[in-house]
Design a protein around this ligand. Structure first.
Ligand SMILES: *[C@@H]1O[C@H](CO)[C@@H](O)[C@H](O)[C@H]1NC(C)=O
Ligand SMILES: *[C@@H]1O[C@H](CO)[C@@H](O)[C@H](O)[C@H]1NC(C)=O
Length: 484
């Protein structure tokens, strides 16, 4: 009996040690990771040969049988250990766990190498990012006003000049690419995010210098700056102003805002620039709160409203209005789960769109961001249950079988394909949040499909980001860069 006790304790101790050794930052304030790993580590990961998977009788497991499951998911997860009274207890098999951690370590190296690659590209890029470059002015005639063209609007064939354009929901007019403000704004946010993370891992100040340069160029420099409004976002040609739906253009601002605090420890970080940025953000938030474009977007029921909430929480936090951010994140999470998810997990405001699959995933991403923020502020939004039993997890589970079956029997109109890349990103997180084995099992099937989409250059493919968010969740309990 004593022997069994010792055995139990030592297995548990080893697991704790492996886990802490792998994921505990050496010094949470000055984390340094060795990034000079040999190329062979990236290319040929050493994987402990795990035991053969056990196949049970459900349909999903039958599908898994044909996949190279051994490489990523040994199924012999539990070992039985007897307690002092001879009662069996199940513990995670140490070999399974060690193998799982070794896979995570390899992914960490891959993630880091991808991240530094992106940051180096951002560093080397010397083109100007500015709203003043567009060949066509907004109706205000102010070159500093941001403008983006409405995605789903096309020339009216019954009018000679095609004006005003008319809507065809779900069908993107390629003409939107002629005004680059929208894509430059997204590039800016991604660049600053990648540069900030790269600095966090390498402490190389060049990344910070470039971030400061980009922030000045976009928000502050009198020649190139953007005015703090979205009056002409999602603009329909032939109209006088933009639309409330254009507020969505700014949603990836959280990427920049979550990265800035990581750079403040660098001597290249410029606090006077940051003061001006805060001033800009403060004016922009005021614009959101006081214009009809901002207010209408806030009260919209679908993904537009959810992403408005995500923006608001991040902006309030950045402006040091933490108590408001705390309150907002909790109320928004409750409201969006109560009104945006049915007891079955269906998201009814998204499934009525012609691109119902895309928008169901897209809104779920926003719900994940809100849940993470609410948890950060002390409210467990991940497990909040609405009055009819609605939860975010149910919304994930609702989509899962359709992701696995490539949309078979999806009961809604869907004029686009059933891309899984964005959903896979959510599943990776879902497994960390609710350790439910069916997510891991589904990932074995869906990851290769996501990779294929990436290879085919589908719009939403950015698969390598996954690991960074899993890693950051496990270390700092923060959801970094996880969702689009
Ligand atoms: C720099 O970024 C701009 C904006 O995205 C892009 O058009 C350009 O091709 C990039 N330049 C290089 C050298 O990567
Ligand atoms: C910082 O990164 C840049 C770009 O990768 C590199 O050229 C430079 O040598 C690095 N500086 C230091 C001090 O490592």
């Amino acid at each position: 009996m004593i022997l069994q006790k010792i055995l139990t304790l030592s297995i548990f101790g080893t697991l704790c040690f492996i886990f802490l050794w792998t994921f505990w930052p050496e010094d949470s304030k000055h984390l340094r990771l060795d990034v000079s790993f040999p190329a062979s580590v990236i290319q040929q990961p050493e994987i402990v040969e795990p035991p053969k998977p056990q196949i049970t009788s459900t349909d999903n497991n039958k599908k898994i049988k044909n996949e190279p499951i051994e490489k990523t998911l040994p199924s012999n997860k539990l070992s039985t250990v007897y307690d002092v009274n001879g009662n069996p207890k199940e513990y995670t098999n140490s070999r399974y766990y060690a193998n799982y951690l070794s896979i995570l370590r390899q992914q960490h190296h891959q993630m880091l190498s991808t991240l530094l690659n992106k940051a180096d590209n951002a560093l080397r890029n010397n083109s100007v990012y500015s709203v003043t470059l567009k060949p066509q002015l907004a109706p205000s005639n102010d070159p500093h006003d941001f403008m983006s063209l409405a995605r789903y609007f096309w020339p009216n064939p019954k009018k000679k000049n095609g004006l005003p354009y008319i809507g065809r929901d779900g069908y993107v007019n390629p003409e939107i690419e002629t005004v680059k403000d929208y894509s430059l704004l997204r590039k800016l946010f991604k660049d600053v995010e990648n540069l900030g993370f790269a600095y966090y891992f390498t402490r190389n100040d060049s990344y910070v210098e470039k971030s400061v340069y980009r922030i000045k160029e976009w928000f502050i420099n009198p020649k190139t700056k953007m005015n703090p409004n979205l009056n002409y976002a999602s603009f329909i040609k032939g109209h006088k102003s933009g639309r409330r739906t254009g507020v969505l253009d700014m949603h990836p601002i959280y990427r920049m805002l979550q990265s800035i605090p990581l750079m403040r420890s660098s001597h290249k970080w410029d606090f006077s620039v940051e003061k001006e940025l805060k001033d800009w953000i403060s004016k922009y938030y005021q614009w959101l709160e006081t214009t009809s474009l901002g207010k209408d977007e806030k009260y919209s029921k679908n993904n537009h409203g959810t992403y408005y909430d995500v923006q608001a929480v991040y902006l309030l936090s950045y402006l040091d209005r933490e108590e408001e951010a705390r309150k907002y994140s909790r109320e928004a999470l409750i409201n969006r789960v109560n009104k945006g998810i049915l007891p079955t997990g269906q998201q009814p405001h998204e499934t009525k769109r012609p691109t119902s699959w895309f928008y169901s995933t897209f809104n779920l991403q926003a719900l994940f961001l809100l849940a993470e923020r609410s948890q950060y502020f002390g409210f467990d939004g991940w497990n909040y249950v609405g009055p009819k039993g609605q939860t975010i997890k149910k919304a994930v589970d609702y989509l899962l079988p359709f992701a696995l079956s490539n949309g078979k029997d999806w009961p809604f109109k869907n004029i686009k394909e059933f891309e899984v890349n964005s959903f896979v990103r959510l599943l990776e997180l879902a497994f960390v949040i609710w350790p439910d084995d069916k997510y891991l099992e589904a990932l074995v099937i869906l990851r290769p499909k996501a990779k294929l989409e990436q290879a085919l250059e589908y719009r939403n493919a950015d698969w390598e980001d996954n690991y960074l968010c899993v890693w950051s969740l496990m270390t700092n309990r923060q959801l970094w860069t996880c969702v689009e």
